[in-house]
Design a protein around this ligand. Sequence first.
Ligand SMILES: *Cc1c(COP(=O)(O)O)cnc(C)c1O
Length: 375
Amino acid sequence: MSALPAHLLPTDGRFGAGPSKVRPEQVAALARLAEVGDGRTPLLGTSHRQQPVRSLVGSVRRGLLDLFDAPDGYEVVLGNGGSTAFWDVATFGLLEQKAQHCVFGEFSAKFAEVTRSAPFVQDPSVREAAPGSVALPEPEEGVDLYAWPHNETSTGAMAPVRRPKGDPGSLVVVDATSAAGGVAVDLAETDVYYFAPQKCFASDGGLWLALMSPTAIERAVDLKDSGTWIPASLDLVTAIEQSRQDQTYNTPALATLVMLDEQVRWILDNGGLAWADARTRESSGLVYDWAEDRAEATPFVREVEHRSQVVTTVDFADDVDAAAMAATLREHGVVDVEPYRKLGRNQLRIATFPAIEPDDVRALLACLDHLLDHR
Ligand SMILES: *Cc1c(COP(=O)(O)O)cnc(C)c1O
């Protein structure tokens, strides 16, 4: 493959779906909070039980309620371990007997596997759809928890967030790991909207956050009161109680919280979730329009309404080597556009999270044009 002319390159070459681009301003905030001297106490490297860090956690929690326009009584709960740990947290602390999972990619499959392998609940009901499409929840007798991803990051398919009608009392638990902060949502349609901060929130991994309805909190308390065994680090009621005091059960990564708070403030200052939603629509629209226009390329997700705003996937014709294009881009500092490893397609996956400049998406597409035109 040919080399890429420097003038075509994006100003920031990070297009990964997580970890994802961190804005320089977030890193500057870190440097500010690490400064010592002049009688000032830095925040980094100080106790998470003291006021400075608790204020930071409080700011994150308030900022998220504000950003998601949370209905009365919803709370922001957080703990360590990322979204993967939250699947265990939810299986111990939210699931009574039987879950229904919509599975249409790797992440949704992993949560289904967690409840399937748990010995203390029934096998889940699984509604499966081929990668690139979506499965939707259906009311079902005996199910007390409905689970699906807002955005299936492994395929770039986005599903609506809407309660299955006619099953009051059951919980709707949505994996919003890659959607939260970049896609509009009506939280009233969920009981638990959970995510990790390394995608739309442009921070580092390791933390899980959940916006929880009063019904979900009540379920967690009832389950714990029933006396069932819950490992301490996965105990949701402990996390709820700690979060109410702007703390976590065990030590969190402070840098992750600082960068998360910066990103929440940045989105709010720019106009909130509606602004972020419009920005990711613009960026993803550029990719899909480009893929529709180029003869060698096709959007992987056929249904337009299910094409993700935040993680785009583009298939290439057999005579194009997508992996070689990704490798050439990487040599030029444009990284992480490889497809999800287990999907095994001749594909590129390009994240269009809020931190990514639409103009950088334009530049990336110009680079792809160049590579395709100079094969
Ligand atoms: C990235 C991702 C996860 C895994 O998040 P971790 O924080 O690495 O555990 C889960 N679900 C979705 C939809 C994701 O995009």
